[in-house]
Write a protein that binds this ligand. Structure first.
Ligand SMILES: [Zn+2]
Length: 292
């Protein structure tokens, strides 16, 4: 009797979760995509998030051990929209054995003027729009179904649950932003990462740096920004830990705007920003409460 029970427990355990060898091995180069892949893939996947929370994805370079993981993966997820400049390294490490899915390339593009004022650059920060993350969830779901058709029903069900959570999140953002009169929806951030957010929720934006965190702002850019903040009576500006504090100090001194707080522009972080919903809520609450 006892033995039979143990055998049953063993069988239930063996059949209710795919064994490690059967699981789809995924490497992810975006903290947002790591969450999506884990939520949608559930028991059927093993996700290695190689760009970890708190890492600046503009400056990240894959390490030899990251590339070893890539060599063992069946699916590589990248943010796309030209964010990663190491795709050739990934392809080389994988030897063509894995699918490389540049998720952002399946989402609508927004561009920004480059600092020289002439050329435009593609904005890679699609995840700051909840609607984009919903679309990215569908893109990842369809890819997982392609790679493991036997698990289609689970992937579809998991995606439906996660999409409902994102829908609730989007509703929360809309009601929080509604606390802010339209003429106060002016967002000044350290680097230009919130265009998709601004499009969704009716903000105008200015950034101290460009779309990348790698370039230092020119004196002219800072001077223009100071003029605009004064003219539009912007109450607060928002920083990230990567920005040169001297520049922020100059702007707050010249304009009287206060520091509204730190935003998670480039992906998940620590504490309350360790989930996508937590990150978005932190950002939106910080923005709205400082500009009110
Ligand atoms: Zn960025």
């Amino acid at each position: 009797m006892k033995k039979n029970l143990l055998v049953s427990i063993f069988l239930i355990a063996a059949f209710s979760t795919a064994s490690a060898a059967d699981k789809l091995r995924i490497t992810s180069f975006s903290t947002i995509l790591t969450e999506i892949a884990e939520k949608v893939g559930g028991d059927h996947v093993i996700v290695s998030g190689l760009v970890r929370p708190g890492i600046d994805p503009h400056e990240y370079e894959p390490t030899p051990s990251d590339l070893k993981r890539v060599g063992d993966a069946q699916l590589i997820l990248t943010a796309g929209k030209h964010l990663e400049n190491y795709l050739n390294k990934l392809q080389e490490a994988s030897g063509g054995k894995a699918d490389l899915l540049k998720v952002g390339d399946h989402l609508p593009d927004l561009t920004m003027k480059a600092e020289d004022g002439g050329s435009t650059a593609l904005d890679p920060h699609w995840w700051n729009s909840v609607r984009n993350v919903e679309q990215a969830t569908r893109v990842v779901r369809d890819e997982l179904i392609k790679l493991d058709p036997a698990a289609q029903a689970d992937f579809a069900q998991n995606a439906t649950v996660y999409l409902a959570e994102l829908d609730d999140l989007n509703r929360w953002v809309r009601s929080k932003v509604a606390e802010l009169p339209r003429d106060r929806r002016k967002l000044v951030t350290s680097h230009d990462a919130f265009q998709y957010f601004a499009r969704d929720y009716g903000f105008s934006i200015s950034a101290i740096e460009g779309v990348s965190t790698e370039t230092e702002p020119s004196n002219r850019r800072v001077a223009d920004l100071i003029d605009r903040i004064k003219k539009e009576q912007v109450k607060a500006i928002f920083t990230e830990s990567t920005l040169n504090p001297k520049v922020t100090k100059e702007i707050t001194r010249e304009t009287g705007a206060k520091i509204g707080g730190e935003l998670y522009a480039d992906g998940l972080g620590a504490g309350d920003a360790s989930t996508y919903a937590g990150m978005v809520k932190h950002n939106v609450a910080t923005i709205v409460d400082a500009l009110k």
